[in-house]
Write a protein of this length. Structure first.
Length: 484
């Protein structure tokens, strides 16, 4: 009986092994392996998956055997057979998987898209790692945050380009443009400043417009640079830039900004005044820079002869120039303040589609910068010109003439004109509160003259407000009515 049972077991085991192999083939057919929709798995994961399926199948078969024998065999025979089958299954498992495979943590299942992204991330990390390996001689701090990291990474790239080709003018320019002021970069055995990088670029390619402009910026007013056999000043660098490209608005602006009254700059065979440089900049780019419009406005104002500037097909007065500056940068309080200074009381300036009075410009300036003492005193004077008792709202609060002038001297107690304007707001017997202290009309004039002893009008007003025999202490000296 025992031998027969053993023979049946072997026969059944052979059949089960055949079924097992057939199932294994079914589980790993070519179509399933090659199907693109299936998730990508590692070899170890695929092997584990097959083993798990085999294990589940074997357990199911064992459960069926146990159930079939439960009514025929006694418990001891059942346990003995199950133990033998478990040993056989463990041996099969041992054959299919080595110890290292069983003990190795399995990699997570990933899709093709995830695998591709992972490879891209690794490539990016590799590039970042390369850029972080700052070469010796690149004298830059690499701990300055994101911008510093990007700058140093770019510098590494340009340095590598120059090692491959030292005559790469663009790489020299890019390296100089990415160096901070005072910074240096080592190329080969030598360290280079911003200026030296631009000089290298221009030595290799003398028609490099951007390099001429940047070299001019780096030189400063008193600096020079030797390129070939010739030395160049800052203005000469800008002149070279606009000679090569007459539409280089920024270089025209910088060239004009460096010129004083009556000075000219030679560009090619023609001389240009400061005003002409600003006109050239704005002709090339009317929206170039709010500061260019401001400078052009100041130039016209200094001429004081009603001259205008022709930009394209339109002529501009100084007031219109300041209005253009406001149009371009309405968030700049300086532009609003300057525009207010050049509007006459009772007149307006057009900014875009809207008109602004003198006091409205000062209000706009103070909304943007409530600590501008000069705007406060000018607003007070403007309100006084409009009429006694006039008020103006700045932000959420209304201010009288006196309060505007008080704000000015509170913010800047060293402004002589503010003290003079404050005195003009006071009547006889009236006083102003500044920093918790009261000042009469006479005391305001004394403060103004202490700060500016050469102001003739204030001396006259002080003498006018002194009584017969009364004296005023200005600085360390006393003055009578007649002496004022």
């Amino acid at each position: 009986m025992g031998k027969k049972s053993l023979g049946e077991k072997k026969s059944k085991s052979a059949e089960e092994d055949a079924e097992f192999n057939e199932l294994l083939k079914q589980l790993t057919t070519k179509s399933e392996r090659d199907t693109p929709q299936e998730p990508m798995v590692t070899k170890a994961e695929a092997k584990k998956s097959r083993l798990d399926k085999l294990l589940n199948l074997k357990r199911a078969q064992e459960a069926e055997k146990v159930e079939a024998l439960r009514t025929k065999k006694n418990p001891s025979e059942k346990n003995s057979k199950s133990a033998k089958e478990d040993v056989e299954f463990d041996e099969l498992l041992t054959q299919l998987t080595t110890k290292s495979e069983r003990d190795t943590p399995q990699e997570p299942v990933v899709t093709k898209a995830e695998a591709k992204k992972s490879r891209q991330d690794k490539a990016l990390d590799s590039k970042r790692s390369l850029k972080l390996r700052i070469e010796a001689g690149l004298e830059q701090d690499t701990t300055g945050g994101k911008n510093e990291f990007v700058r140093n990474s770019k510098q590494l790239l340009f340095i590598k380009q120059l090692k491959l080709n030292p005559e790469n003018a663009q790489a020299w320019y890019n390296l100089g443009a990415n160096l901070v002021i005072g910074g240096m970069a080592k190329v080969g055995s030598r360290s280079y400043t911003k200026k030296q990088c631009y000089v290298q670029a221009l030595t290799l390619y003398p028609k490099y417009v951007e390099a001429w402009h940047n070299l001019g910026v780096d030189l400063g007013v008193e600096g020079t640079a030797q390129i070939g056999s010739q030395s160049y000043t800052q203005n000469q660098c800008y002149a070279q830039a606009v000679t090569l490209n007459p539409e280089e608005a920024e270089s025209w602006f910088n060239l004009g900004h460096n010129l004083g009254d009556g000075e000219t700059a030679q560009v090619g065979d023609q001389s240009y005044t400061q005003l002409q440089c600003f006109v050239k900049a704005l002709t090339n780019d009317p929206n170039h820079n709010w500061g260019t419009w401001m400078c052009l406005g100041y130039c016209l104002a200094r001429l004081a002869n009603g001259e205008t500037a022709q930009i394209g097909s339109q002529s501009y007065t100084e007031l219109q120039c300041f209005a253009q500056a406001v149009r371009l940068r309405p968030e700049r309080y300086e532009a609003w303040f300057t525009l207010g200074n050049y509007i006459k009381v009772g007149e307006t300036a057009q900014v875009g589609s809207q008109s602004y009075t003198k006091k409205q410009c000062y209000v706009q300036a103070l909304i943007l910068n409530p600590k501008d003492a000069l705007a406060w005193t000018n607003l007070g004077v403007t309100l006084r010109c409009v009429g006694v008792g006039e008020t103006e709202r700045v932000g959420n609060q209304s201010y009288t003439i006196l309060q505007c002038c008080e704000q000015a001297v509170t913010l800047d107690p060293n402004m002589a004109q503010a003290w003079s304007n404050l005195s003009g707001c006071l009547g006889d017997g009236e006083s102003a509160q500044v920093g918790g202290q009261s000042y009469t009309k006479k005391q305001c004039y004394i403060k103004a003259l202490t700060l500016d002893p050469k102001h003739e009008t204030m001396w006259y007003m002080l003498g006018h407000n002194l009584g017969v025999g009364e004296i005023a202490q200005v600085g360390k000296q006393s003055y009578t009515k007649q002496q004022c």
